[in-house]
Ligand binder design. Sequence first.
Ligand code: ZN
Length: 162
Amino acid sequence: MPLQPNQVVSIYFTLKDEDGEIIDSTSEGKPFSFLSGQEQILPNLENEIGGMLIGSKRNVVLAPADAYGEYQEEAVQMVKRSEFPPNAVIEEGQSYFTKSPEGEQVPFMITQINGEDVTLDFNHPLAGETLTFDIELVNIRPATQEELDHGHAHGEGGHHHH
Ligand code: ZN
């Protein structure tokens, strides 16, 4: 069930990949807060949270298609080292950004450097993964005007953190 838009939703979560390895989690006593209805988290995860009661816990499993997409072989490209700026430091396993023709920032990872050949992977790092979220819904409250103006939540209590 979708959440009401423009709410500040605070959760504790632990995110695991399909091997059960923890990819991300909130630290003790510090919930993660987001604004609902603004695609700040995965839409399918937000829908699941919309069906939860405050204080309840839920285990949410999202298939790749419901999370960051299937892994696309076409999103892997080989380029020449000379296509990078001459002073660019390029390293295997590092993430970079390039600009799309529309001027959007497009992230990619360099997965292999083999002499002059550089392999770029434009898949999301979590593409192809079935993700498991352990969620505890801490609070839902209407966003303040300041939060709406800023486009982000200011934490559970609405305090300004930046
Ligand atoms: Zn702010």
